[in-house]
Write a protein that binds this ligand. Sequence first.
Ligand code: UDP
Length: 366
Amino acid sequence: MSQYLIVGAGIYGATYARELALAGHQVQVIEKANHLAGHIYTEEIEGIQVHTFGAHIFHTSDDEVWEYVNQFADFNHYINSPIANYKGEIYNLPFNMNTFNKLWGVITPDEALAKINEQRGQVTGEPKNLEEQAIALVGQDVYEKLIKGYTEKQWGKSATELPAFIIRRLPLRFTYDNNYFNDPHQGIPVGGYTQIVEKMLDHPNIQVQLNTDFFNKKDAYLRDFDRIIYTGQIDQFFDFELGMLEYRSLRFETEVLNIANYQGNAVVNYTDRETPYTRIIEHKHFEFGQQEKTVITREYSKEWETGDEPYYPVNDELNNRLYEEYVALAKDFPKVHFGGRLGQYKYYNMDQVIRSALDAVREELA
Ligand code: UDP
């Protein structure tokens, strides 16, 4: 039996903690925030579950992960079908026959494909950046109206400087299907996400301390625990000694409105460059809420600076290289395992976080 310290009560830390506790280990979880669940935290306002740190829609093709989260919540049948608002024109996402029909008046998949082929341009070989990747995938019009502005706002960089893989998250289909995700399992936990982490950590072998910053007692923790699972920023662990990794941060403006229905959809993306926010979330629609009021959140993307919450790793070549240098430093700390979006500097979705935590903790326990 070992003494484990888990740094961070997000979904990676919680999964790891739970599996260790079930295997009979003592686990101490410390979390610098005053709440559990990290960025999947939700809180109730006006009877509505508000996604405080940005919209989280659970989706996965991993059957085991789906069963795993279903132990801790009932998932509803929400299907993510975001709407794009480009200068007042409304399009369906992801890019599908509804989008192409609205853009060009095309009716059949063949007509849509012909239009896209006409617009794919001269990009040959492996696309070198996001702009080339986007145009090669969907052509100029979709790129200009639905990708360029949104992407450049979200990442604060020109699309020609961004890695192509970001856009591969977005499906393209030639059916009239507005489901954003291709995964067979999808839904929103009824009653919010916070309860999932609460239930995961509810075990006699797990002690949780909120408002506790690892860096206030780093040396003591490293000395006193047999093993540390660290889910914070990997560069911060090393006091940024090789330089800072780049992250994107977000700023949220949340408002309670005295109307029942503000935008008719949970997610509306503002894909032009001029609107300062990237999207507006109307939280009640994640749970088909019938409350008299509504809660909306405008989401603004910003560069991460010290003190901001880091939400997205910026996985371009430069940053990935720096990350690898930190991984090399981590070899001198065999006691410490780095996990999760921040610990591994990876643009993980929730299901991927759970999968990687389950794999790692099983290896640990084997
Ligand atoms: N994207 C876009 N237009 C949209 C939505 C997404 O161009 O209306 C692109 C953009 O490059 C973005 C990426 O797809 O960075 C991933 O978007 P997603 O909404 O999946 O990101 P997340 O929900 O993780 O913030």
